[in-house]
Design a protein around this ligand. Sequence first.
Ligand code: PNW
Length: 490
Amino acid sequence: MFSGFSRRQFAKLAGLSAVGMAVTPAEAQDRKTKRSQDRHPPAPFPKDFVWGTATSAYQIEGAVNEDGRGRSIWDTFSHTPGKIGDGSNADRANDHFHRYKEDVRLIKDLGVKAYRFSIAWPRVFPEGTGAPNPKGLDFYNRLLDELLANGIEPYATLYHWDLPQALQDRVGGWQSSETSKAFADYAGYVAERLSDRVKYIFTLNEAGRFLNFGYGWGIDAPGLKLPTAELNQARHHVVLGHGLAVQAIRARARAGTKVGPAENIAACVPAFATPENIRAAEMATRELNAGFLGVILEGKYTDGFLEFAGKDAPKFTADELKIISSKNDFVGLNIYAPQFYIAASEKKPGWAVLPFPASFPHMNSEWLRVGPEVIYWAPRLAAKIWNIDAIYISENGTSSEDKLAADGKVFDLDRIMFLRNYLTQLQRATSEGVPVRGYFLWSLMDNFEWIFGFEKRFGVYHVNFETQARVPKLSASFYRDVVAKNAIGV
Ligand code: PNW
C-alpha cells in the first residue's frame, strides 16, 4: 500500500467510499466521464456531411506552357522581380498536371469523398475569349475521370485568380465589364462540357480577396492600386461576372448542376456571446460584406455601403442587380481567421469593431489568427442574415513550419491543434442545425502559396519541391480519423 496510508485513509482522501474499494480515483473519473458522455453524446456531423479537401490550379498544376495554355496574370506577376517572397514562381509547382493520378490516390487515402479543385481559364481560353483550346480542357477530362473512378465527387471552381493575361492587357481585367461577360462565356462553355461529371460548381474564389489585394493594394496580381471609385467599379464587375456566370451555367449545364460562390466572408465574431453582442455581430456581418456576398444574396447594395462609398460608389443598373443576385444553390465560405471581433455599441450603427491586442495568437502565417469559434459564428450568422439553406466550408486550414523528422515523418501538431479546435466548433454548428453541408480542408498538399511562394506549407501531405515526393503528415492521419468517425474524437 502507499507509504504511511491505510487503504481506508487513502480512500477518504480520494473521496471514495471505503467499501467499494476496487476502484482507483482514475477509474472513477473514467466512469464519471463515460456516464456524462452517455447522457450527452456529442452529436456527430450529419450523416450525409461531405468531407473533402481543396487545391487550386495555379498553386499545384505547373506545366504552364503545355497543351496550348495561355499566360495568366499570376505568371506575369510571379515572374516580376520582388513580388514573391522566396523569388519563386509556379511554373512547375507540384507538377500535378503530370502527377494527378498519384494525387487522386492521396485524396482517396484520406477517406474523403469530395475534392475541390480549380480550372485554369487560360488553359481553356488561352486569350480569355475567342477560340477555345480543347487540349486544355482535356486535362480536366482526365482528372474528372480519375476522380470518379476512385469514388470522389468533383467540386470545380471556375476562377481561382488566374485571369488570362490577354484580358488584363486588352480591357484592364476586372476594370471592365467585358471581363464579366468573358467569364460567363467561359463558365457556360465549361459547364456544357463537364457537367455530365461535375455536379457542383463554384464560380469565383474569394472575390473580396483578389479584388482588394490585386486591384486595390497592389499585393497580388495584377499588382494595381486603383483609386477607390475605380476599385468599387471593378468590384461591381466582379459580382456581375458571378451573376452572369450563374446564368450561363443554368443555361448550358445539365439539369441539376448546382452553383454558388466561394467567398472569404469578412468573418465577424461576437467578442463574447451576449444577445446584444450577437445581434451586433449580425449587423456587422451584413454591412462588412455588402459589396460581395451582400449584393449577391440580396440584390442590392445596403444603404450603409452606398453612404460610406459616397461619390466613389459604383455605377450600376437595376438590371445588373438582378443578374448579380441570380439564385445560388449553395454558398461556399472560406474560413480561416476571425477578421473582426464585434461588440454592441450605444453609438450608430449599433456595433463596434474591437482592436486586436498585439499579443493575439496567430498560426505560422501571421494573418492567420487563431479563433476557432469563427467557423461556428460565420455560417450561423450568414445563414440567418441571408436565409441560406446550404453552406459549404469551401476552405479551412493552416500553414505550419513542417519539417521532416529524422525518421522521415512530419509531426505537425500545431495543425492538428488548429483543426481539432475548428472542427469542434463546426460540429457545434451542425449539431445546432446551422446548415453546413460539407467541409474542404485547405490543402491536400503543400503548394505555391501566392506571394509567399513555397515558404508557407498548408498541406496535410508534405511536398519536397525538388523531388516532388509527397509524404503524409500526422495531420493526414488525424483528418482520416475524423472523417472515418464523422465526428471529432473526444
Ligand atoms: C486563401 N487573409 O487565401 C486562398 O483561397 C488560397 O488559394 C490560399 O492558398 C489559402 O487561402 C491560404 O492562404 C487567403 O489574409 C489568403 O485573410 C489570405 C487571407 C485569406 C485567404
